[in-house]
Design a protein around this ligand. Structure first.
Ligand code: FHN
Length: 682
């Protein structure tokens, strides 16, 4: 109570906080084996196989990729015929490798075997391989030689999932004609090991084994550890991704707590929102919308976007594995080549700001991104300027290091004027940016690194009911946090924070770190707003469960269910799919009341594949609509204790289908909405 009173008194004057809790930050694990990979930062992903022959088209549909055999439900006998047509007569390993090298890429990861089971290398383990095609050449041997010739690391992608091998289970659910009687998964694992031995003993040094297709129930953590150990026994210095295990959290690419994670995480088609201290990770991404060649998909990401993504990833301490899908003729799509050429030009000037760098020590870089080389006695900060300042003044906050020199990498001979006031370093830039996509300033400062980011203003939510607790945190030793509650910037005489406080009204909190009376960080700002909670509804005869309406249809977003006729209706204990009859093309509308235990702010979230929405009363609290893989979105609302109307909408198009509905409040740990809280009116 003391601090609430103190705070109220201080808030009237301008507020006060108390606490400087250290946050743990894991150091990057130093490992000679990972060194080349961490330095490389940028690699080429290649998806090439029989699927390049249909090139995304089947029965008049053109939206397929490397999954075409499954997605278009092509019988194995039909698909296998592609083997007798595979003849990439225009393939030239040197051309491919030089294209990667000239783009600034340091390694190539290529599909030795994708899910279709076709082996793009000379294997003794199956006839279903490239040597038994009109082409009859081992392209992996040629690429390996070219990589070793031009100084790139040669790496293999290898799919655990195999839609061709008779011992692999499960079959595709539509392949009811393929017997599983004699299938022996352990024998399949032995087949895998025999192929991996060929890949790891016949193609020279392999930089990375990039496993994939590990998500089906037949694969296990134990298999993963067995294969990891086996691969390392063949090439001890090889690097292996986390998809060898069974613990990956879908496309975000990191592993569940305690799961076996190989050597690095594998976010796919996404970039983690922040750096992942102490973790090696690599984002893999397509240039268009497909991994394998799709001739109709001519929309490729512009080079500007690709360069800025490379920079963003490096600024967070990750690698960028950028994909292209070659044609059945063995050529690289021209749209990909033109983009790689533009990336190469940028890298030829600015590559040092990517290679061998580590994550930015600065949290706030509104003008772009930062990468770093910390040589202890001197530190190099690479300031990647996406947005050239109109006033020509580039500001770096929170750095107490003495600036030694600043130059543009595009004009290294011209020294830029640099000044420093407290934690603020200002660099005077020329009127025109040398590169409209990303101009890099190399700022060299005296070590050791002395950078302090603004304090973290921690609270359950920006909104609250009645009161909320706020903490101000920093991981910096020998600093103090000073703050205000009236919107003014903190100064050395502002209130000192030492313990959490409670806020009972709208307030703008500003906080900054100080040392010996001088500011050493930028200022953190966060606005808090008190909400009036929704009043409860009177429910005369509450009965357990929610009402559901089950629909069937083909949608790309949530339909207006009110305009449709449900296939089935009834009561369910929670938001489940039990009554559905089809695994695809269906939707649900659930409605009822949720019994809220206490007056508070509540955060709801839906985790769904495909789209979902959650309403409380007439308010759309969570909008997670659209065609997407497993994705989670949240929203908050103030509620009083009692019954509140809840409505959840969901649709599934094709593929996997998931709906989870979570609830959380300052006093309620995040959890699936308890079934006993859900009722409907009898
Ligand atoms: O199913 C594969 C897909 O075809 C592609 O190989 C990507 C690349 O990382 N991995 C899987 C999807 O997550």
């Amino acid at each position: 109570m003391k601090f609430v009173v103190n705070f109220l008194v201080l808030l009237l004057m301008s507020g006060c906080f108390f606490s400087t809790k250290a946050q743990s930050t894991l150091e990057q694990p130093s490992d000679a084996r990972m060194e080349w990979w961490r330095d490389a930062r940028f690699g080429m992903f290649i998806h090439w196989g029989l699927y390049a022959i249909p090139a995304g088209e089947w029965n008049g549909k053109t939206g397929y990729g490397e999954w075409i055999r499954h997605s278009a439900r092509i019988p194995i006998e039909t698909y296998d015929q592609f083997q007798s047509r595979f003849n990439p007569v225009k393939f030239d390993a040197d051309t491919w490798v030089k294209t990667a090298r000239d783009a600034g890429m340091k390694y190539i990861v290529i599909t030795s075997k994708h899910h279709d089971g076709f082996c793009m290398f000379n294997t003794e383990q199956t006839e279903f391989n490239i040597m038994n095609t009109p082409y009859g050449r081992d392209v992996m041997k040629e690429l390996s030689a070219a990589c070793h010739k031009y100084g790139l690391k040669f790496c293999f992608y290898y799919s655990i999932m195999d839609w061709h091998h008779p011992d692999y289970l499960p079959r595709r659910e539509w392949e009811t004609d393929r017997s599983t009687d004699s299938a022996d998964f352990n024998r399949y694992v032995s087949y895998m090991k025999a192929e991996l031995k060929e890949l790891l003993t016949q193609y020279g040094e392999i930089g990375v084994l990039w496993f994939d297709g590990e998500w089906e129930a037949t694969w296990s953590e134990n298999f993963g550890k067995e294969i990891y150990t086996y691969v390392k026994s063949l090439q001890p210095d090889i690097i292996i991704n986390n998809r060898v295990g069974a613990g990956r959290l879908d496309m975000e690419g990191m592993i569940r707590e305690g799961a076996f994670g190989g050597d690095f995480g594998t976010p796919e088609q996404q970039i983690p929102p922040t750096g992942l201290p102490g973790t090696d990770w690599e984002t893999c991404m397509t240039m268009n919308d497909h991994w394998g060649y799709n001739k109709a998909n001519t929309e490729y990401k512009p080079a500007k976007e690709l360069i800025r993504m490379l920079t963003d990833i490096a600024s967070k301490g990750g690698n960028y594995l950028l994909n292209l899908g070659p044609t059945d003729q063995g050529t690289l799509p021209k749209q990909a080549v033109t983009r790689l050429r533009e990336i190469g030009w940028w890298m030829s000037v600015n590559g040092e700001s990517i290679y061998g760098t580590v994550a930015s020590p600065l949290v706030s870089t509104p003008w772009g991104r930062c990468t770093m080389k910390d040589n202890k006695d001197t530190v190099i900060l690479y300031l990647h300027v996406f947005h050239w300042p109109d006033n020509g003044r580039l500001l770096v906050e929170g750095c107490m290091n003495q600036p030694l020199k600043a130059v543009l990498l595009a004009k290294p001979g011209k020294i830029l004027e640099v000044s420093q006031h407290d934690d603020k370093i200002t660099i005077l830039l020329p009127a025109k940016a040398p590169d409209k996509i990303n101009s890099v300033v190399r700022l060299t400062v005296q070590g050791p690194l002395d950078i302090t980011n603004p304090p973290e203003i921690v609270a359950f939510n920006d909104f609250f009911v009645d009161r909320t607790k706020i903490e101000l945190l920093t991981n910096r030793p020998n600093v103090e946090i000073r703050f205000t509650g009236d919107g003014n910037d903190p100064v050395d005489t502002s209130f000192l924070y030492s313990e959490p406080l409670e806020v009972m009204g709208d307030v703008t909190v500003k906080a900054r770190c100080f040392r010996d009376g001088k500011p050493v960080s930028g200022t953190a700002v966060r606005k808090f707003k008190m909400l009036s909670p929704l009043a409860p509804k009177n429910v005369r005869n509450p009965e357990p469960g929610v009402e559901y309406q089950y629909y069937e249809g083909d949608w790309d977003s949530l339909p207006d269910f009110a305009r449709l006729t449900p296939v089935r209706t009834g009561i369910l204990p929670s938001f489940s799919f039990d009554p559905r009859s089809d695994k695809e093309h269906f939707g649900f509308s659930y409605k009822g009341y949720i019994l809220i235990p206490k007056r508070s702010i509540y955060t709801f979230s839906t985790e769904s594949d495909d789209g979902s929405q959650l309403y409380i009363g007439s308010k759309l609290v969570v909008d997670n609509d659209g065609l997407h893989g497993l994705r989670r979105k949240e929203g908050s609302i103030g509620l009083t204790a009692g019954f509140h109307p809840i409505r959840v909408l969901f649709f599934e198009k094709t593929g996997s289908d998931v709906l989870n509905v979570f609830i959380q409040s300052p006093d309620l740990p995040e959890q699936l909405v308890p079934q006993e809280w859900l009722v409907h009116e009898k």
